[in-house]
Design a protein around this ligand. Sequence first.
Ligand SMILES: Nc1ncnc2c1ncn2[C@@H]1O[C@H](COP(=O)(O)OP(=O)(O)OP(=O)(O)O)[C@@H](O)[C@H]1O
Length: 213
Amino acid sequence: MDLEIDNLSVSRGGVTVLEGVGFRLRPGAALVLRGPNGIGKTTLLRSIAGLQPATVGEISAPPEAIAYAAHADGLKSMLTVTENLRFWAAVHGGAGVEPALQRMNLASLRDRQAANLSAGQKRRLGLARLLVTGRPVWVLDEPTVSLDAASVTLFGEVIRDHLAAGGSALIATHIDLGIPGAETLDLSPFRARPPEQGGPAGAFDAAFGGDFA
Ligand SMILES: Nc1ncnc2c1ncn2[C@@H]1O[C@H](COP(=O)(O)OP(=O)(O)OP(=O)(O)O)[C@@H](O)[C@H]1O
């Protein structure tokens, strides 16, 4: 499924942070979003995932096509690793949990409560969720935070397999995930301009100065 973004403006706390964002993500493709802290990467990804409305513009793919991995892993701390994956598989009606356990190197932790996982193990479980959704468009917000080098390499392979199977991935990341052919989109040119420079009312907030300087 294509993910096509056209002339999108997104806001945070009532303030427009990005405007005029457009790109197309085809099956088998990956697009890496870049930009300094505070530019609006998370805000853009949340809007594409359907968690908050865009103020202007169009998003072609329905939220049901999108698997979103946010900063927070969204784990159910009292459930085991396997139970967490079963829960998400049931919610999404996607694939079985065993391949996801194996693929994200979680098999030896299958019966451990999520609350008792390390930060990197929690992150691997959060990413394993992507595999049980069966959804084609992965939207990933800094997915490698807390992962060690081996797990970063592993997750890069998981993404490559997903692309080879016809999926796609939109990724905000500051590190190289080793995905051949991945394109990069720098969000800096889409930063909302202050009103006196022709931007929409409310686009400027003095508090942004530090991040955008
Ligand atoms: N509730 C809010 N009200 C006003 N502004 C907000 C609010 N929440 C976040 N912001 C601002 O919106 C801007 C975009 O934030 P966002 O988290 O999307 O940036 P980001 O590019 O993902 O940053 P990072 O790389 O640090 O994760 C930031 O300047 C942030 O300070």
